[in-house]
Design a binder for this molecule. Structure first.
Ligand code: IPE
Length: 256
């Protein structure tokens, strides 16, 4: 059985990040077509973009559990699900068979990880692509945001994919986001660590620090991570196929 590919579609590809509750229709189309043309089962995770972050900020909800007002929880969830249904419809209308999974399904019971992994792999073997998304989830100590990047990191350790692809609205990872014209082509996980945690004020990540922290954790378990522009179909397909990407390849640590 071929190992699966995990694709994270950033909120910046499928929504207008600066306009609350606005979809980026051409981005959704590009992603849907790329997934259909790739034509092998994938695990897709998408972000919330402007359907999630504005409300999360408004209500002060973050990745740390907190006791926010009940309306915060239901409002954010409704908004995220609205975007989710648009994305799911667009992908399925291209003939891709998805199985929609709310992230809470992965996080409610740590003990059933192996069972979950085997169920997910069965779905994939049958030609059905699971799809999940950044969301708000209940915890013992209140509600919290679970980002799509965090879900991808946890899925990577669960499923040991052949690669993880992050599709964003930029071409890759830059050494200096403000001054460099081109992104880094290929980098070892050790080197990206030095880049992300170096004590200088340059904006290395262009707001991607959280994503890079998750990337390091994924690459450290031996999985390659590719960054590509999710608004460019051919590049996205190439990255999904693991071909020399137009973007950045973060080489996973070789594990014995
Ligand atoms: C955020 O998910 C989820 C909510 C704010 C509810 P992500 O963090 O994965 O979203 P993007 O990709 O940054 O937009």
């Amino acid at each position: 059985m071929e190992r699966v590919v995990i694709l994270k579609v950033g909120g910046s590809v499928i929504t207008e990040k600066d306009k609350p509750f606005t979809v980026r229709t051409e981005g959704i189309q590009v992603v849907a077509e790329a997934i259909a043309e790739y034509s092998k089962p994938l695990f897709v995770v998408h972000g919330a973009g402007s359907f999630g972050h504005f409300l999360a900020k408004k209500y002060g909800l973050s990745r740390k559990p907190s006791n926010v007002k009940p309306e915060a929880v239901s409002e954010i969830r409704a908004s995220v699900l609205k975007l989710n249904s648009i994305v799911v419809d667009a992908i399925q209308s291209k003939g891709v068979n998805l199985y929609w999974l709310q992230p809470y399904a992965f996080y409610r019971d740590e003990r059933s990880r192996e069972k979950l992994a085997s169920l997910l792999m069965k779905l994939i073997e049958k030609g059905v692509s699971p799809l999940s998304f950044g969301d708000v989830i209940p915890t013992e100590d209140g509600f919290r945001i679970i980002s799509g990047d965090e879900i991808v990191r946890d899925l990577a350790s669960l499923l040991k994919p052949s690669r993880v692809v992050f599709a964003t609205n930029v071409d890759g990872i830059y050494r200096n986001f403000r001054t460099d014209k081109k992104p880094i082509q290929e980098i070892l996980v050790e080197d990206i660590k030095a880049l992300v945690f170096r004590p200088v004020r340059d904006d290395v990540t262009g707001g991607m620090k959280g994503k890079l922290v998750e990337t390091i954790r994924i690459a450290e378990i031996g999985v390659n991570v590719l960054f590509t522009n999710g608004l460019k179909k051919e590049r996205l397909i190439k990255a999904l196929k693991g071909k020399d990407p137009d973007g950045t390849l973060v080489k996973g640590r070789v594990v014995a």
